[in-house]
Design a binder for this molecule. Structure first.
Ligand code: GLC
Ligand code: CA
Length: 554
C-alpha cells in the first residue's frame, strides 16, 4: 500500500447550519465555524468536512445546489470561506467540501436554460423524456418518495430526479457536463481545499436504456436499487473524475458509496482507486427494510460487531475505510447502538473506543464527541427533514397509527443529527442568540461542551484521549496501519479485536450492563485506555464491568 498524507488523520464532519451561529439569525455559518477552530484543534482533529454551504434553496438542506461557485449568503461569503481555509491551514487542518454532482437544484441556471430550450445544450445536461399522458417513462421510486419523474416546466417533457423533485439528476453520459464538473472541482482545489466528500456518487451511472422493473410496493413503483444493480461501467466516469481533478492535487476524497459490486473494492479504494477512502455504512444500514423505516429491525450489539468485522474483512489491506458512528443522515449513534436505558457516559465511551480503533480513518460527527443523543420528538410538525416526512406518510399508509408512525420516524430521522450543536448550558445551548432553525435537544443543560471541557471523565475528554492515542508516535503505526484480527468472536455482547503492527494492541468492550469475564491469552503490558477507574483482575482473568472498554498493549 502506498502511504498517503491522510492515512493517520482524524476527520470531523460539520453540518454548517447547526454548528455555530455568529450573527443571531438562527442559522449556523462559516464565521461561526472559524470561531470554533480552536475548539476543534484542541480536540485533535485534522480534516474538517463541511456539509454543503454553496448557494442553495435548501430544499434538501444544501444538497440541492443552485450555484457551485458561490456560498449561500445564509452561510456567509466567499471571503469567509477563503478565510476558513486559511485559518484552518494555520492550525495544520484541512477543509473538505461536499461534492454534490449527481444532481443540482432546479433553481440552477443549467436547469432554467433546459426549461427554456429542452433540445439545446442544457437540455442535454439532464435526463429528459417526452411526456406521455397516463404513462411515466419508468416506474422508479425516488429516495424521498413518489415517482422520479416530474414535468419540466413550460415544456412537453419530464425530467428525472432520484432524490427530491428540486434535485434534478445531471446527465453524466454527456462529456460537456462532466467538463463543467471537473472545472468546478479544480477551481475549488485551487483555493486550497484538502479535498472532497463525494455525495450519492453511485447514482451517476444509470442503466440505459431506461426501463421499468418489477414493482415492490403497492404504490406501483420500484426502488432505484433495481436499476442501480443493473447499471455497469461507473468506473469509466470515476477514473476520469479522479485523473482530471483529485489526483493532480493529491487531494483527499471520500465517497458516499452504497452497494459497490462484489470485487469492486480495489477499484474504489485500492492504490490508485477512484477515491482515497469510502464510508463504511454496514452498521448504519443494518436492519433497513424495503418497505420503509417503520419496518426496520433493531440492531443488537452482536449485529453491530458482525457488521464492523465484515466491513474490515472485506477491506483487509486493500485500502482505508472511513469509519463513522453517525452522520447527518440518521439518528445519533449512541441512541441507535446502545439500549436507551443503558445510554450513559460509560457506554458512549465504549462505543467510541470500539469504533475509533478499527482500521481506517475515523470520522467524528459534530456533537458525537459530547455524546449527543436523539431528539425526543413530540409531533410530526417538529420534523423538518423531507425524507422523514415522507417516511411518516409511508408508515401511515401501511396502517400504523399516528403515534406509531411518529415513533418509527423518531428512531430514524435525519433531524436527530441535525439539531443545534450543544455548546453550553446557556439559552439555545449557546448555539445562537436568535431563534434556532431547528429545535435544540432539551438535554443540552446536561450534555454540552462547556460542561465537558476540563472534566477529565467526560465523553469529550475520552474522545480527546482516543485521538491522542492514534497520534502518539509510539502507537501511531500500529493504530493506523496495523492489521485487525477479531478475537472471541462468538462471545455474546462482547466485541474484541487485536490491532497488530509494530506493537500489539487488544481492544475489548463489554457491550452489556452485566459484568463479563475474559481470560487474556497472555499478560498485558500496559493499559492504554480504560473507561473505568479500575480493572478487576486476578492472574490473566479480567472481570469487565458493564460497558467497560479497555485498550491494552500486549
Ligand atoms: C446524500 C446526503 C444526503 C442527501 C442526499 C442527496 O445521501 O448525505 O443528506 O439528502 O445525498 O443529495
Ligand atoms: Ca447565522
Amino acid at each position: 500500500m502506498i502511504k498517503k498524507w491522510w492515512h493517520d488523520k482524524v476527520a470531523y464532519q460539520i453540518y454548517p447550519k447547526s454548528f455555530y451561529d455568529s450573527n443571531g439569525d438562527g442559522i449556523g455559518d462559516i464565521p461561526g465555524i472559524i470561531s470554533k477552530l480552536d475548539y476543534l484543534r484542541d480536540l485533535g482533529v485534522d480534516i474538517l468536512w463541511l456539509s454543503p454551504c454553496y448557494r442553495s434553496p435548501l430544499a434538501d438542506q444544501g444538497y440541492d445546489i443552485s450555484d457551485y461557485y458561490s456560498i449561500d449568503p445564509r452561510f456567509g461569503t466567499m471571503a469567509d470561506m477563503e478565510r476558513l481555509i486559511a485559518e484552518a491551514k494555520k492550525r495544520d487542518m484541512y477543509i473538505l467540501m461536499d461534492l454534490v454532482v449527481n444532481h443540482c437544484s432546479d433553481e440552477h441556471e443549467w436547469f432554467r436554460k433546459a426549461c427554456e430550450d429542452p433540445d439545446g445544450k442544457y437540455g442535454r445536461f439532464f435526463y429528459l423524456r417526452d411526456k406521455k399522458e397516463g404513462e411515466l417513462p419508468t416506474n422508479w421510486r425516488s429516495y424521498f418518495g413518489g415517482t422520479v419523474w416530474e414535468d419540466l416546466p413550460g415544456t412537453d417533457k419530464q425530467y428525472l430526479h432520484v432524490f427530491h423533485k428540486k434535485q434534478p439528476d445531471l446527465n453524466w453520459e454527456n462529456p460537456e457536463l462532466r467538463e463543467e464538473v471537473y472545472k468546478n472541482i479544480n477551481w475549488w482545489l485551487d483555493k486550497g481545499l484538502g479535498g472532497f466528500r463525494i455525495d450519492a456518487i453511485i447514482n451517476i451511472k444509470k442503466a440505459l436504456p431506461f426501463r421499468s422493473y418489477p414493482t415492490d410496493r403497492d404504490d406501483g413503483l420500484c426502488s432505484i436499487d433495481a436499476m442501480l444493480e443493473e447499471a455497469s461501467g461507473i468506473g469509466a466516469f470515476l477514473s476520469e473524475l479522479r485523473d482530471r481533478t483529485f489526483k493532480k492535487y493529491d487531494a483527499f476524497s471520500v465517497g458516499e458509496v452504497f452497494h459497490e459490486k462484489p470485487g469492486e473494492l480495489p477499484d474504489f479504494i485500492g492504490d490508485n482507486g477512484y477515491f482515497s477512502s469510502m464510508f463504511d455504512f454496514n452498521e448504519a444500514i443494518f436492519g433497513h427494510s424495503e418497505k420503509g423505516w417503520y419496518d426496520a429491525s433493531p440492531i443488537t450489539p452482536d449485529d453491530y460487531k458482525n457488521c464492523c468485522f465484515a466491513a474490515q474483512e472485506k477491506t483487509g489491506k486493500i485500502g482505508f475505510l472511513s469509519n463513522i458512528i453517525e452522520n447527518h443522515d440518521g439518528p445519533r449513534g449512541v441512541s441507535r447502538y446502545i439500549p436507551e436505558s443503558d445510554c450513559c457516559d460509560r457506554s458512549k465511551k465504549m462505543l467510541a473506543a470500539l469504533n475509533f480503533m478499527l482500521r481506517g480513518i475515523p470520522f467524528i460527527y459534530q456533537g458525537q464527541e459530547l455524546g449527543m443523543e436523539n431528539l425526543p420528538f413530540s409531533s410530526i410538525d417538529e420534523v423538518d427533514d423531507i425524507s422523514s416526512r415522507d417516511e411518516y406518510q409511508v408508515a401511515l399508509h401501511a396502517g400504523l397509527s399516528e403515534a406509531e408512525a411518529l415513533r418509527a420516524v423518531a428512531a430514524h430521522s435525519r433531524d436527530n443529527a441535525r439539531t443545534p450543536m450543544q455548546w453550553s448550558g446557556q439559552a439555545n445551548a449557546g448555539f445562537t442568540d436568535g431563534t434556532p432553525w431547528l429545535k435544540v435537544n432539551p438535554n443540552y443543560t446536561s450534555i454540552n461542551a462547556a460542561a465537558q471541557i476540563g472534566d477529565e471523565d467526560s465523553v469529550y475528554a475520552f474522545y480527546k484521549k482516543l485521538i491522542a492515542l492514534r497520534k502518539n508516535p509510539v502507537y501511531r503505526e500500529t493504530v493506523v496501519y496495523g492489521t485487525l484480527e477479531p478475537i472471541w468472536r462468538e462471545r455474546h455482547n462482547l466485541m474484541a479485536y487485536y490491532r497488530k503492527g509494530e506493537r500489539t494492541l487488544l481492544v475489548v468492550g463489554n457491550f452489556q450492563k452485566d459484568t463479563q469475564e475474559i481470560t487474556l491469552p497472555a499478560p498485558y503490558k500496559k493499559v492504554l485506555l480504560n473507561n473505568d477507574k479500575n480493572i478487576v483482575e486476578h492472574d490473566e482473568t479480567i472481570t469487565l464491568q458493564g460497558y467497560q472498554v479497555l485498550i491494552l498493549e500486549m
